[in-house]
Write a protein that binds this ligand. Structure first.
Ligand code: HEC
Length: 109
């Protein structure tokens, strides 16, 4: 009887894990940090910019380039300048984009 319960619990856990993996795959359950690492960190490691050192994600540069809010960062993702990958809503949904933007604003000072 006891072992049947253990088995049941194990099966339930496998189910839950499976479900959270599926939910994670479309980015809904990922943190802004995880999304940033997945989409942005190749070119912006630690908030830097490997292609254009005047356009890092640090506050001083963002301010200088008139990027002040999460919305401004999302605009940049949707309409990037030269050298940056364009992220449309299929690649990064609005809610994911917002999480990434908030992560950038609170992380790179
Ligand atoms: C292929 C390399 C590449 C990737 C990937 C990339 N960027 Fe960029 N990013 C750039 C380049 C190059 C610039 C400078 C050109 C420009 O203004 O768009 C830039 C500029 C920016 C700026 C403006 C910074 C400033 O100081 O003016 C922001 C904000 C930004 N990127 C955010 C992101 C976010 C968020 C992601 C991930 C969703 C991302 N980038 C992914 C290359 C990249």
């Amino acid at each position: 009887m006891k072992s049947a319960l253990v088995l049941f619990a194990a099966a339930a856990m496998v189910c839950l894990f499976g479900m959270s993996n599926i939910a994670g795959a479309d980015g809904k359950n990922k943190s802004g940090e995880a999304e940033f690492k997945e989409h942005c960190a190749v070119c912006h490691p630690n908030g830097g910019n490997i292609m254009n050192t005047k356009k890092t994600l640090h506050k001083g540069d963002l301010d200088a380039n008139n990027i002040k809010t999460a919305t401004d960062i999302i605009m940049k993702m949707r309409n990037p300048g030269t050298g940056m990958t364009k992220f449309d809503t299929k690649t990064v949904s609005d809610s994911e984009a917002k999480k990434i933007a908030e992560y950038i604003l609170k992380t790179f000072k």
